[in-house]
Design a protein around this ligand. Structure first.
Ligand SMILES: *Cc1c(COP(=O)(O)O)cnc(C)c1O
Length: 404
């Protein structure tokens, strides 16, 4: 009892050695680092019980203010937001439909998405029961041509079974969201945007809602620095209400149910469903409070200052990685700057993938970004590096390359 518990004690007690994370806040690597204020808010939240719907309603207000959406909700991650948003579009406020999912009998059950935007997270949309209907030929990626999905293709794919159009945000995504929204809304179909990894820039919190999206999801555990298992769902009030109906524990007598008016309009909900499809993705009070704290800190921080901090870490990495034979080094500046180490495979006998793997297997384990190994590049990102860790990365790379 006298011994304070620190994360070091916690991990060491389990025989787990923390890594040096120069890859970034990926789920596989346990997400990112939380600021002390966020961790403190979560610890404080753990000491009292509250009505979870009321807490969601209060957090939803913060999310609505931050995004410009009508309403907001905290999810257990962006992927859970996709699942809840998809369910909301199918069930509306009908408790019988909430109970029926993932059986979509009697509901619209198709989701239109550009083939070029398919990704491993859209499983979450399918999980709710929707069938993904792909449109467009992504010739600009295959090299066979120059085009990608176009708005007319969405219009052609939308029919009386279409519940949702999914649009995955990234710079250069085609067609433009506003054009997809126009095509979908002309047929009365809502649009959900997966913007999980699109923060920073903080302007993106509002961008997709402003472009007409009905629902937008963001990760809480990526660059905004919230709890790993948290996310944001922002959107139209009725859809957020439906998402909550598919998510919350509603095991109370209807007469007793006194939901927060900001989240639920009780007069429009004729009965309470048993656990909905979202129930296994429940969100704790600690995650809700932590997400709100992180979001507020993210909004309060000067973006230029945040960027300068990351750039400083990149310069430290650059210094410690400089002058390794048969490699070349550059900083690629962007929303989040990154250090790229190009490895001459012929001269070193080591591929970029082998170097990433050696770093991962080293002691301490160093996680490098592995998304550009095909181009012979091992990349290092500053987001999850603590003060002093850049030097450890440098030592680890030299050791892994056989030049300690
Ligand atoms: C990271 C990511 C997700 C999943 O986010 P979680 O918060 O981990 O659930 C979904 N979609 C895209 C495009 C992502 O990059």
């Amino acid at each position: 009892m006298d011994q304070p518990i620190s994360s070091g004690d916690t991990y060491a007690g389990l025989g787990i050695r923390p890594m040096v994370n120069a890859c970034g806040p990926s789920t596989r690597l346990s997400g990112g680092l939380m600021r002390p204020e966020v961790a403190e808010a979560m610890a404080a939240a753990a000491q009292s019980c509250v009505d979870i719907a009321a807490l969601q309603a209060a957090a939803g207000k913060v999310i609505a203010d931050a995004t410009g959406a009508e309403a907001g909700y905290v999810t257990s991650g962006a992927a859970a937001g996709l699942m809840l948003g998809a369910a909301a579009c199918m069930t509306g406020l009908d408790p019988a439909r909430v109970e029926r999912l993932p059986d979509t009998s009697g509901m619209k059950s198709e989701c239109v998405v550009a083939r070029s935007q398919r990704n491993m997270y859209d499983h979450a949309v399918a999980q709710a029961g929707l069938r993904l209907v792909e449109v467009g030929i992504p010739d600009r990626y295959s090299g066979a041509g120059v085009r990608d999905a176009e708005p007319w293709a969405y219009d052609a794919a939308i029919n009386e079974r279409t519940a949702l159009v999914l649009w995955v945000a990234q710079p250069g995504a085609e067609p433009a969201l506003a054009d997809v929204v126009a095509a979908a809304h002309a047929r009365g179909v809502p649009v959900m945007v997966d913007a999980a990894g699109q923060l920073p820039p903080s302007d993106n919190l509002r961008r997709f809602t402003a472009a007409g999206a009905d629902l937008v999801v963001f990760s809480g555990g990526k660059a905004i620095g919230g709890p790993q298992a948290s996310g944001i769902l922002a959107g139209k009030r009725d859809l957020i209400m439906a998402a909550a109906l598919n998510h919350l524990d509603l095991d109370v007598h209807y007469a007793q149910w006194n939901p927060p008016p900001a989240l639920f309009d009780k007069a429009r909900i004729k009965g309470l469903p048993a656990s909905g499809i979202g129930r296994p993705a429940k969100v704790g009070k600690e995650q809700i409070v932590g997400l709100v704290a992180a979001l507020r800190l993210f909004l309060a921080e000067d973006p230029a200052k945040r960027h300068a901090g990351w750039l400083k870490t990149c310069r430290e990495l650059e210094r410690t990685l400089a002058g390794i034979a048969n490699t070349s080094l550059s900083i690629v500046d962007g929303e989040v700057p990154v250090v790229e180490l190009a490895v001459d495979r012929e001269a070193t006998g080591l591929s970029a993938l082998e170097l990433v793997t050696r770093l991962q297997e080293g002691d301490p384990s160093v996680a490098a970004y592995h998304g550009k190994v095909r181009e012979g590049i091992v990349a290092f990102r500053p987001l999850c590096l603590r003060p002093g860790e850049a030097a450890i990365v440098g030592q680890a790379v030299r050791k892994a390359m056989g030049r300690s």
